[in-house]
Design a protein around this ligand. Sequence first.
Ligand SMILES: Cc1cc2nc3c(=O)[nH]c(=O)nc-3n(C[C@H](O)[C@H](O)[C@H](O)COP(=O)(O)OP(=O)(O)OC[C@H]3O[C@@H](n4cnc5c(N)ncnc54)[C@H](O)[C@@H]3O)c2cc1C
Length: 430
Amino acid sequence: MNYDCDVVIVGSGAAGLYCALNLPSRLRIQIITKRAADESDSFLAQGGICVLRGEEDYDDFFADTMHAGHGENNPRAVDQMIRFSNSVVRDLFARGVRFETEASGAFRYTREGAHSRPRILYHKDITGAEITSVLLSEVRKLENVTIRENVTMLDLLSEENQCGGLVIADEHGETKILTAPITVLCCGGLGGLYQNTTNFPHISGDALAISLKNGVALQNMDYIQVHPTTLYSEKPGRRFLISESVRGEGAYLYDKNFNRFTDELLPRDKLTKVIWNQMEKDGTSHVWEDMRPIGKEMILEHFPNIYEHCLSVGINVLEELIPVVPAQHYFMGGIQVNLASQTSMRGLYACGETSCNGVHGLNRLASNSLLESLVFAQRAAEDIAFGSAHAGGCSNEQVDLSAYEDRDALFATYRQMVLDEIERMKQSHE
Ligand SMILES: Cc1cc2nc3c(=O)[nH]c(=O)nc-3n(C[C@H](O)[C@H](O)[C@H](O)COP(=O)(O)OP(=O)(O)OC[C@H]3O[C@@H](n4cnc5c(N)ncnc54)[C@H](O)[C@@H]3O)c2cc1C
């Protein structure tokens, strides 16, 4: 069969881009993405990326990840993520990603909730933009990779549990078929399904609905992380994150009487519950976060993005408190994959936030997700390059493209399918 390309990757976040960068140059690759290439949650990451700080840190890093995940993590996935962290970070550095360093040139590490020691590399408070823009510019240099912006996956082409590519809405909005023996889903989380979220609204769990429709196994769909501290606003739209590393560097949380009420470095799920309880007790719509203990110099150096954003809405964090409230942030569940990022369907891989290899268990440890996206995207690329069992393709002659013309109805159905599956899995976990 003549395919349109050898590998189609859906999504241009950290996972999709890093997968493309790790695939052999002999392969013809298309990356499709729903919006502009830089409109992904990967660009929004603030805090940083975890890395193993030498062999003596292994047990603690492992224990911190398992503890945050309530022990529900897949220990083999955790081991793999930690073990590959040094080589992935070295690769990022070699590609030109800038992490903060000490005067000696050694990496500088920050800390977030539930970490027993600082092990997070960062670039100001825009680590995601730093990493992902470098990956994007590296991919743009590759002759074997085409990035197609404003192209949306509408469905998988599948036959007898074998994937052969996609049904897409192309750059002109036309329904087309895009054939490939290998498809990699890197579609991010599902924040777009929620009103209060830190995610881009277009990142709305499409790959989850499409997997459900095609019989691809999903896992832990109800494992949804709420971030304890986002900037409170009465306006609709994406919630601005006040990174956990702000608390890691010494910010305090206050109740309505400006008293501390908790350990600011509790794991995210526990802190969220404490904040919700406090808001209920106080009858308020937010609590307060105080960045002043961090000090002006550190705020301006480490958190310029947060400083500027708060200033733009009238809050000078050097002098004033920030109203903060929990909001949907991250998705620990997803398309079930093994350690090579293979899904239950032949020819179909998934990596990054849309996938679930069990690395995060019930609750993700801060700054493990960029790392997970990169490590398991690399694993997918290696499996595609060295394995053969998963490829094959399928015939596509039976597809009725008219079924995809009413996009609003299609995506409303997809949205409801995901919400129903979350509810179903929630009940099965109770
Ligand atoms: C505000 C914020 C701060 C964060 N801070 C950190 C942090 O400090 N450290 C950390 O480790 N993690 C952090 N995270 C989480 C982390 O950024 C994400 O988990 C990770 O970047 C996910 O990468 P990804 O490649 O899987 O998905 P994304 O980067 O979300 O990319 C998804 C891609 O899929 C595309 N897509 C989706 N559906 C379709 C479709 N139907 N058709 C075509 N394309 C589609 C999108 O357009 C996009 O290109 C943060 C997240 C947010 C939102």
